[in-house]
Design a protein around this ligand. Structure first.
Ligand code: DC
Length: 208
């Protein structure tokens, strides 16, 4: 079950690179951030406190999450809603709960079994979810470049607000006790600052 694990902070180019690598290799692609965002969206919809781990785990356990070209949560198209500012504001808190992570990690491993592997993107893929992944990549980029990319993607009004939100999320994701954001010891760290997508994709594919 060959897995290509692609981890890194927001704005590092993960999604763009992971999707392109999967396309080039002709294998399946899983965005695990979309799964955490789906749980965060459902929590907001159900009025569940983002700091209530047991209630969130119960919610996650019963939630139908289908992450593909579109994201379906309990059958409803949530592709746009999971990228909203309200979801982004609480997703780091939601994803810090070990009981929420346990449920989603279980599903991620199941996905890989069903698809015979693939490209999996997230924060803890190389460290926790697939420690035996054939290739592990950790993408980074300068804070300025990450903020610029996010601003462009989200069409946010000003880069300073985006930069502050990225810094807040990075610090929450990297400092949490459960599966913090960090490169696996055997990950190849690639700085994407000032590099084209094609260039980075070629480097990743070249690792295989
Ligand atoms: O990749 P993203 O920005 O869509 O991820 C949203 C949040 O989900 C991110 O702030 C941290 C969390 N996340 C995680 O904890 N573990 C993963 N494997 C993927 C995402």
């Amino acid at each position: 079950m060959p897995v290509v694990a692609i981890d890194g902070p927001a704005g590092s180019g993960k999604s763009t690179v992971a999707r392109a690598v999967a396309r080039q290799l002709g294998v399946a692609y899983l965005d695990t951030g979309a799964m955490y965002r789906s749980v965060a969206l459902a929590a907001l919809d159900h009025g569940i406190d983002p700091s209530d781990g047991p209630a969130l785990a119960k919610l996650a356990g019963g939630l139908d999450i289908d992450v593909g070209d579109r994201v379906l949560v309990d059958g409803a198209d949530a592709t746009t809603a999971i990228r909203g500012a309200d979801v982004t504001a609480v997703v780091s808190t939601v994803s810090a709960h070990p009981e929420v992570r346990a449920e989603l990690v279980r599903r991620q491993r199941q996905w890989a079994e069903e698809h015979g592997g693939g490209v999996v993107e997230g924060r803890d893929i190389g460290t926790v979810v697939f420690p035996d992944a054939g290739v592990k990549v950790f993408l980074t980029a300068s804070e300025e470049e990450r903020a610029r990319r996010r601003q462009r993607d989200e069409q946010a009004p000003d880069v300073a607000t985006v930069a502050a939100d990225l810094a807040r999320r990075d610090s929450l994701d990297a400092s949490r006790a459960a599966s913090p954001l960090r490169p696996a010891d055997d990950a190849v760290v690639i700085d994407t600052t000032g590099r084209t997508v094609d260039d980075v994709v070629d480097e990743v594919v070249g690792l295989l």
